[in-house]
Design a protein around this ligand. Structure first.
Ligand SMILES: [Zn+2]
Ligand SMILES: [Zn+2]
Length: 230
């Protein structure tokens, strides 16, 4: 995770002018002058201009500390540049910061205070996702997501938290807890097989690997039933 107060500086560069675009002079300069934009995870951005000057832009307010804005009240090239970079995904939108996906390392934008680990849209879990338990290879289904840490959540019928649970000790204590079920599992009760599929187990997030969405086949096989938590 690369989360800090100032993050996601775009490199100081020019941006391509869209083909066929009829741009006024400020909009053209916003693209063709080499500038870099740094997001603070708030409404504020820092723009380093071609001349080496540094200005601050409040994007939602459309304000900038440069003379063009301050004295002429124009929507200056710095404000325009920040808007362009946000629209094109080069820097995070207001209130968000850039972090690395814990699975693939791709840059993704999340709320400034969002607890980690973070995942890109491809690897972020949703209820209903099928996942693989990295320890056992079991196929599981996600039923609940939470922001609670593995060291804050107790494993049912045990003395352990999710983080302390022996097979979870290789995973970060601050992992968020994910609730999963074994969709196909049964246990043998006194009167024969009993579906276990409604029982929810708590796992640290990074122990689970998301399986591709939309495919069938995963999770079809019978899973052996194991003690809570694992
Ligand atoms: Zn400006
Ligand atoms: Zn990813």
């Amino acid at each position: 995770m690369t989360q800090s107060g100032t993050t996601a500086a775009s490199s100081r560069t020019t941006l391509p002018v869209p083909r066929g675009a009829e741009l006024d002079e400020r909009s053209l300069r916003a693209r063709t002058e080499p500038m870099s934009v740094t997001a603070f995870g708030t409404d504020l951005y820092e723009v380093e201009s071609a001349s080496g000057e540094t200005y601050h832009v409040n994007l939602p307010a459309g304000r900038c500390t440069c003379p063009d804005h301050a004295f002429r009240g124009e929507r200056c090239k710095h404000v325009r540049r920040v808007a362009i970079e946000v629209n094109e995904g080069r820097v995070p939108p207001p209130g968000e910061v850039a972090v690395d996906c814990a699975t693939c390392g791709a840059t993704t934008f999340v709320a400034r205070d969002a607890p980690g680990p973070h995942f890109c849209s491809e690897h972020r879990l949703r209820p209903g996702d099928r996942v693989r338990d990295r320890e056992t290879g079991d196929r599981l289904q996600v039923v609940a997501l939470s922001d609670r840490r593995a060291d804050e959540v107790a494993v049912e019928n045990s003395v352990y938290t999710v983080a302390d649970y022996p097979s979870n000790r290789g995973y970060p204590a601050d992992d968020p807890v994910v609730g999963v079920v074994y969709p196909q599992s049964v246990r043998i009760g006194a009167d024969g097989p009993v579906p276990e599929s409604l029982r929810v187990y708590s796992f640290p997030r990074t122990r689970l690997e998301r399986l591709p969405r939309g495919g069938r086949g995963d999770g079809r096989r019978m899973n052996r039933v194991q003690p809570a938590g694992r």
